[in-house]
Write a protein that binds this ligand. Structure first.
Ligand SMILES: [Zn+2]
Length: 241
């Protein structure tokens, strides 16, 4: 959905469905289908379709808006399709994470509290492994320690229709030289986040995600995002003119 959506509140039905999606995905590591959602909530197919669109507008999930079956592509931090980051907890695959930035957020989900969350990732340019361990939203270790997150899309282009392109632009790299190689591969420069800057960036959202059942919709407001990223010390010079 577009940028600068005016403030709105989620309906009670949307809050109920969002909670179900979190619980299902955290427990199973894969997304529910419409039948799962209907059985858990008591909502009809049509009501679920309306609620999914509402949650998509508030950037809680991403659906294929064109699909008759409102195909569920993401419920942040999770992704229904393979990404650059797998979540492994207690040796078990717990799902793909939406992007490198969401990977830094996942361990803060309430069902994972106190658990060691292993993120099996790889470098965007060469696919070399990157292993990150987090617990309760904090970084335990990163191998290699030089790992960074490369963001190749300016916030002015985030969520112009949905967050798919934004997530796709947020990738782990081994270090600065691998980031430069990825830039040559894609023909696009980007900003580099340290893992700690990424954790700080996602911290506001993860503090309430699933913790607060009444968490308000998210919004992409590029001017505010720019100021927030600057305050974290991220070098945004590649996006400024
Ligand atoms: Zn690489």
């Amino acid at each position: 959905m577009p940028q600068n959506v005016p403030d709105f509140r989620f309906s009670d039905d949307a809050i109920k469905v969002r909670q179900f999606l979190y619980e299902f995905w955290c427990a199973r590591g894969y997304p529910p289908d419409l039948r799962d959602a209907a059985e858990a909530t008591g909502f009809t197919r049509r009501r679920l379709m309306q609620v999914y669109r509402e949650l998509d507008l508030g950037i809680m999930i991403v659906i294929d808006q064109e699909a008759d079956n409102v195909n569920l592509l993401k419920c942040m931090p999770f992704s229904a399709y393979p990404t650059q980051a797998r979540l492994i907890i207690d040796g078990r695959f717990n799902g793909y994470l939406g992007c490198a930035m969401e990977a830094m957020a996942a361990s803060k989900m309430p069902p994972f509290a106190g658990k060691s969350c292993n993120i099996e990732a790889h470098c965007a340019c060469c696919l070399a492994p990157i292993g990150i361990v987090m617990s309760d939203g904090a970084l335990t270790s990163a191998a290699p320690q030089s790992a960074l997150i490369h963001v190749s899309l300016s916030p002015w282009y985030w969520n112009t229709t949905n967050v798919m392109r934004m997530c796709d632009s947020m990738n782990f790299v081994i270090d600065r030289s691998h980031a430069q190689r990825y830039e040559r591969q894609t023909g696009r420069v980007g900003a580099l986040f340290t893992l700690q800057q990424a954790i700080a960036f996602v911290s506001r959202g993860v503090a309430t995600r699933m913790w607060d059942p009444h968490r308000a919709p998210d919004f992409i407001r590029p001017a505010e995002l720019f100021e927030g990223l600057k305050s974290l010390g991220v070098d945004l010079s590649v996006w400024e003119r």
